[in-house]
Write a protein that binds this ligand. Structure first.
Ligand SMILES: [Zn+2]
Length: 230
């Protein structure tokens, strides 16, 4: 096999190995945890706490309103049951009743606002929990797919590694060193020459380089530095 062809095959098998390694790494990361799910769960937890706080506040306002209403009823009774004789006392109690009613009306507005706020939070919590459940389901499906793909992934990786080792074993040491030097800077490190044009950078190549590549010497594109293969 020509040197150029072997290097082109080496580049192809190494890029396949890199893709397989990336696939394995993605599956490994999914198995270890999921940042999207973790974010959704913490959002759901925060909302749950907010709902609990809102419920406590609402309960407190409800109790205040009940207490004020009790006081207003007692005041009303004392005004209308004839037990208070003094007109001044009666007038004072009517003023107090009026103040109590204003206070109650103010607190009831607060109660209503708290109730609306709590409903809003509860709806958001429902959505957040649904999002958690959906992501967990998606993740479960992905993990199942990873698990069933794992044996094949392992076999493909082993086969590609075998191909790579065979190519490396057959290549002269100097060609491998040259290839590695280019591969460290350019991916893919090999470019096919098609119609006198470097497929790596799409620029036409000088006649001299084409001749050298045709003789199977290791030459690189002057523009993109890739190893040229005819
Ligand atoms: Zn080029």
């Amino acid at each position: 096999m020509r040197l150029g062809e072997s290097l082109a095959q080496l580049a192809e098998v190494e890029s396949r190995l890199a893709a397989l390694a990336a696939e394995a790494a993605a599956a490994g990361a999914r198995a270890a945890g999921d940042s999207v799910l973790a974010d959704l769960e913490s959002r759901s937890d925060e909302l749950e706490q907010s709902v609990r706080r809102a419920s406590a506040t609402l309960r407190q306002v409800e109790l205040e309103v009940e207490e004020l209403q009790g006081r207003a009823r007692a005041q009303e009774r004392s005004i209308y049951d004839g037990s208070v004789r003094s007109p001044a006392d009666l007038q004072r109690r009517q003023h107090q009743l009026q103040s109590l009613r204003e206070l109650i009306s103010g607190r009831e507005e607060v109660e209503l606002a708290e109730m609306e706020g709590q409903e809003q939070l509860a709806a958001e919590l429902g959505q957040a929990r649904a999002a958690v459940a959906q992501r967990a389901r998606e993740l479960e499906l992905l993990r199942q797919a990873d698990a069933s793909r794992a044996p094949q992934l392992g076999a493909e990786t082993a086969a590609a590694a075998g191909e790579r080792d065979q190519l490396l074993g057959a290549l002269p040491e100097s060609a491998v060193v040259f290839y590695r030097r280019i591969a460290a800077r350019r991916q893919p490190p090999v470019a096919l020459v098609v119609g006198g044009i470097c497929s790596g950078c799409r620029l036409p190549l000088p006649h001299r380089l084409l001749e050298e590549a045709r003789r199977d010497s290791l030459v690189t594109c002057e523009n993109c530095e890739r190893i040229l293969v005819l």
